[in-house]
Design a protein around this ligand. Structure first.
Ligand code: BES
Ligand code: MN
Ligand code: ZN
Length: 484
């Protein structure tokens, strides 16, 4: 889907979303033109019969074939960007089925509290996300919008630029979602690396891909232990984007378990159902990389992921095994289902050599984060409060909910082992923080942020503008964080 900022007289769409405030029924410049075109429909009909309550929609079919979809935005003074995003998603989903020839238009409103480019970009991004459906395996494909027309008389370059970035961010989010929706039998470690390679070739990025033998030589023993029960070969990729005059260097690490059965500590059937999504961290860093390579900021970005399956078999790693991680620190396996932190440990150590200004890992790491925060709030933690605060600030603007969980040094006590430097799991409580504390042992970075998306990566219900299924959580926030 491409968004275009145009004047209403240039509109080609036959389906038009017209936002209406409950308490401010006045013809804007754009409405005025539309009203002329549709012989007084807005003034004489919509303003009189449509209340305009927040998220309310009503369609008006014209004899000429055009469809006007009135969208309620509630009271003018009470509108926030969050409410606007949600309302746009409702309107898009209601209008979608009427879309003709792939075009949909939306009147860009003005609001005293929210900048126009913010409103335009949010609408474009949300619409792109609403427009996406994983329909590869469906006989009936949905009605897709190709051309999203944002109607305004303010056709200015800064709004155009915001729309361009919004399109890139929307596409990146959908790219990530597509990888997550795909079956684990397709989305194998080798296949994910092929996707990373294709991205590198298309965008002119450097890429290194390592196979099992190479990883053995590199000392990725904790990671390789997790993958050793699977018939699929483990792989590791490291993708690099280098801007013209890089002002900062960021390392971004995604958890890449292409299927998490739990291993010998096998999961119950109901918990295993969504475990093809355990590579969402990896899919997220790929989506972010795609966007960054298109936006081309002056930074250096390193994205990496260690990919494998966690499976039970005669060759699986076992509880009681002692693994010598890449860092040299030894880990006693206490639970084979706490595999993500083992794979991330080696990648964090690998990333030390990059000497990045900051390191961020993103992972569907713990069920505990779902208990703590539910499926619409992402848990974040780390070793640098300034970095955490900055990330929170960016997330508050992109509208993604994040909440900081604590990490205390003495949480290592719960991870004590009699025969190794630590165990991979500890006491039952505060599981997300303990997992974060575990990871902290493997990075030398003093600016390390850990993002736990176990709850938010994949959901079974819609939250505001966030779709169900693979959500693409944190893709837009990470992009904005990196761009800031
Ligand atoms: N991949 C899971 C975490 C997860 C759970 C992601 C639910 C998405 C939805 C992770 O590998 C895991 O199994 N964690 C265990 C850790 C435990 C054994 C300490 C968990 O949270 O139960
Ligand atoms: Mn697990
Ligand atoms: Zn897992």
């Amino acid at each position: 889907m491409k968004s275009n900022l145009i004047r209403p007289d240039e509109m080609t769409a036959k389906t038009i979303i017209v936002p209406v405030f409950e308490d401010l029924k006045e013809l804007s410049e754009v409405k005025n033109i539309l009203d002329e075109k549709f012989s007084g429909l807005i003034e004489n009909n919509i303003f009189k019969n449509f209340e305009g309550k927040l998220n309310e929609t009503l369609t008006y079919q014209q004899a000429s074939g055009e469809i006007i979809l009135a969208l309620g935005l509630g009271k003018y003074d009470e509108l926030t960007l969050d409410k606007y995003r949600c309302a746009i998603s409702k309107a898009f989903l209601a209008a979608e089925k009427f879309v003709k020839e792939g075009s949909l238009a939306l009147e860009l409103i003005s609001h005293k509290e929210i900048a126009k480019n913010c409103l335009a970009a949010s609408a474009a991004l949300i619409s792109a996300v609403c427009n996406y459906k994983f329909d590869k395996y469906l006989k009936e494909k949905g009605n897709k919008v190709q051309n999203f027309e944002v109607l305004t008389y303010d056709v200015d370059n800064s709004i155009k630029e915001s729309l361009k970035i919004a399109d890139i961010m929307g596409e990146a989010t959908n790219f990530t979602r597509g990888l997550v929706f795909e079956s684990a039998e397709v989305m194998t470690p080798t296949y994910v690396c092929e996707i990373a390679k294709k991205l590198a070739d298309e965008k002119g990025l450097e890429i290194s891909i390592f196979n099992k033998d190479e990883l053995k030589k590199m000392g990725f023993n904790a990671f390789l232990a997790v993958g050793q029960g699977s018939a699929k070969e483990p792989k590791f990729f490291h993708l690099v984007y280098k801007g013209k005059n890089p002002k900062k260097k960021i390392a971004l690490i995604g958890k890449g378990i292409t299927f998490d059965s739990g291993g010998l500590d096998i999961k119950p059937a109901s918990s295993m159902l969504t475990m093809k999504t355990d590579m969402t961290g990896c899919a997220t860093v790929l989506g972010v990389m795609k966007a960054i390579a298109e936006i081309k900021p002056d930074i250096e970005l390193h994205c990496m992921s260690a990919l494998c399956e966690n499976m039970p078999s005669g060759s699986s790693y076992k509880v009681g095994d002692v693994l010598t991680s890449k860092s040299g620190k030894t880990i006693e396996v206490d639970n084979t289902d706490a595999e993500g932190r083992l794979t991330l440990a080696d990648v964090l150590t690998y990333s030390d050599d990059i000497n990045a200004d900051e390191v961020i890992d993103i992972a569907t790491l713990t069920g505990a984060v779902i208990v703590a925060l539910g499926d619409n709030i992402t848990g974040i933690m780390g070793n640098n409060q300034e970095q955490i605060d900055k990330f929170k600030e960016v997330a508050s603007k992109t509208g993604e909910r994040v909440w900081q969980l604590p990490i205390y040094d003495d949480m290592m006590e719960g991870l004590k082992s009699n025969i190794a430097d630590m165990k991979n799991t500890g006491p039952r409580f505060a599981g997300s923080s303990v997992a974060g504390r575990f990871l902290q042992n493997f990075t030398k970075s003093e600016k390390w942020l850990h993002i736990d998306i176990a709850g938010t990566a994949y959901t079974d219900k819609v939250h505001g503008e966030i779709p169900k299924g693979a959500t693409g959580a944190m893709v837009k926030t990470l992009i904005q964080y990196i761009l800031r």
